[in-house]
Design a protein around this ligand. Structure first.
Ligand code: VG1
Ligand code: CO
Length: 544
């Protein structure tokens, strides 16, 4: 079959955001839209880095068609070997692992993560590099430049391919191999954790887990790893059948969207650990019996108890968190005498640090944690970390939290999101903060004076690249903070995120609800940024 050269013209707005290109699915369904982007990815790769690529997605609506289109472009561009997850399914951390394990030049991940799926809902695509990391900015910039000038792409006229495990196809100069979506990843997990130890705690009735797959990609991973390998009863795996529309919900593991699990964990007959993951399996929510673990605390506690996790027994070397993530990790790092890096939001910024071996554990406040075993955040892995900590310490989640707060102080942390804003108005809030920087410094929140207001910019310590304008930080004398930034994952209107952190060291004041605790600070943040005046939004649409 001859390769078709298809004339096309550029689409506006194919600029990758925090985590790839995300749009409404009908945008992706326009003729040429996806193929343009995939050809732009290929064009951004040097010729000697087009030999082997991985392709997989979270199974949301349009995943199926998208994979067929992507294969047509990759075969036409003579990528020698293409590894595809069975039925086109691979969780984001599993793609990252498969790229690394197979020595691929990179991979294409199809997902809009925790955003809803289905007709009229969201879709996304991103490229990960040879180390399994989301493409760094120089590469996403190059891809974006290519999308602006593209006038043709290559397409190989493939028949509709059945993506059943073990299938192998030969077209042109390419081989397409369909691989089991779960087994490589499950094997990796068994090298990182002591499965026998966790399993025996479970068999002894000392440890129990309830997991909510939110009808997303982690269902099959949970069945294999939690049920088959660790013996978690099938009844404790909720919503583990993957669906194209995630059962109509938001596959977002938080208290609002994983409400059933949350309420169960707050009830009398809760398991020791409750956990949920998102659409593509990279996020996690951790709950104990009667306890919610904020993602920033989860990260800090994993660092504190890293000796319980076989992967980290040789030490952590260093740790990293995204800038808006609470400073709980910093205090543990200081205690452990480890460097703690502060990066912009988005997992791609951890890639270089991990590749260089400068850090082994990273996390974000947005329900993301992972280690140096892959280059993505990893939901199931985080659950295994917590199972390891519970099995080794024999303590409850609540006990571990209280001990942590008593020892290190508690970062009361929460986030207020203002969704559905007009982009210009959201921008104007950010500009206003910078403009009024000097007048803010004189103001106080209660007895806390504002010490500093700055715009976060990051210089990558490995390649020296600089990422500017990564959010505005308002810092108080006692280390408390307000951070403002605009979301880079939305598919239509703009979202302003306001991150709130107050550090409490008084032992009598450690058990409050973090959302309530920060309500007043949130109002202060609202008022000093004049959010109502500029955007018309009277209050946040989400508090998490
Ligand atoms: C959000 C989170 C960020 C995360 C990103 C991708 O980005 O804040 O921490 O890395 O989503 O996560 P933003 O720009 O909307 O704040 V996922 O699980 O959507 O791939
Ligand atoms: Co995700």
């Amino acid at each position: 079959n001859a390769v078709d050269q298809i004339s096309t013209s550029a689409f506006d707005g194919q600029k990758p955001g925090t985590s790839g290109l995300r749009k409404k699915v009908d945008v992706f369904q326009q003729p040429h839209y996806l193929m343009n982007f995939v050809q732009s990815i290929v064009n951004a790769l040097p010729l000697d880095q087009r030999s082997r690529l991985v392709v997989g997605g979270d199974g949301r609506y349009f995943n199926r068609e998208a994979i067929q289109q992507i294969l047509q472009v990759l075969v036409a561009n003579e990528v020698k070997e293409i590894l595809v997850g069975a039925d086109g399914l691979l969780s984001t951390p599993a793609v990252s692992h498969l790229i690394r394990k197979s020595g691929s030049d990179g991979g294409i991940v199809l997902s809009a993560s925790h955003n809803p799926g289905g007709p009229g809902k969201d879709f996304g695509i991103k490229f990960n590099n040879a180390s399994g990391s989301p493409a760094p900015e120089f590469l996403t910039d190059l891809i974006f430049e290519n999308t602006k000038t593209i006038d043709h792409y290559l397409r190989f006229p493939l028949p509709e391919l059945q993506l059943t495990e073990g299938a192998e196809y030969q077209f042109g100069n390419s081989t397409i191999k369909v691989v089991n979506s779960v087994s490589d990843y499950a094997e990796l997990m068994q090298t990182l954790f002591d499965f026998d130890r966790i399993r025996s705690s479970m068999e002894d009735g000392k440890l129990s887990l309830c997991f909510d797959g939110m009808h997303a990609v982690t269902g099959p991973y949970a069945k294999c790893i939690f049920s088959e390998l660790l013996g978690v009863p099938a009844g404790n795996l909720l919503n583990c059948v993957a669906k194209e529309d995630f059962g109509g919900g938001h596959p977002d593991p938080n208290r609002v969207h994983a409400k059933t699990l949350y309420e169960y964990m707050m009830s009398d007959h809760a398991t020791d650990l409750g956990a949920a993951s998102d659409g593509d399996g990279d996020r996690n929510m951790i709950l104990g019996n009667g306890a919610f673990v904020s993602p920033s605390d989860s990260l800090a506690l994993i660092a504190e108890h890293h000796q319980c996790i076989p992967q980290f027994r040789d030490g952590l070397v260093g740790v990293a968190r995204s800038m808006p993530t609470s400073t709980a990790l910093d205090r543990v790092a200081e205690h452990l005498n480890l460097p703690c890096y502060e990066t912009p939001t988005g997992w791609k910024f951890f890639g270089n640090l991990l590749d260089q071996g400068l850090v082994r554990l990273c996390g974000e406040e947005s329900f993301g944690t992972s280690g140096d075993h892959v280059r993505e955040k990893d939901g199931v892995w985080t659950v295994l970390c917590w199972l390891s900590i519970l099995a080794e310490t024999g303590k409850s989640v609540q006990q571990l939290l209280t001990e942590h707060w008593t020892r290190f102080g508690r970062s009361y942390y929460c986030r207020h999101d203002y969704e559905g804003l007009e982009a210009e108005k959201a921008q104007a809030v950010m500009l206003g903060l910078v403009e009024h920087r000097d007048s803010l410094i004189g103001q106080s929140y209660g007895s806390k004076p504002i010490r500093e207001v700055d715009v976060f910019s990051y210089e990558d310590p490995v390649d020296g690249s600089v990422s500017e304008n990564q959010g505005v930080r308002v810092k108080f004398d006692d280390g408390s903070r307000i951070v403002y930034r605009l979301s880079g994952t939305g598919t239509d209107s703009a979202t302003l995120r306001v991150y709130l952190e107050q550090i409490e060291r008084n032992a009598d004041s450690l058990q409050h609800d973090a959302i309530e605790f920060n309500e007043e600070l949130g109002q202060f943040a609202h008022s000093i940024a004049n959010i109502a005046g500029v955007t018309g939004a009277a209050e946040p649409s989400v508090r998490t």
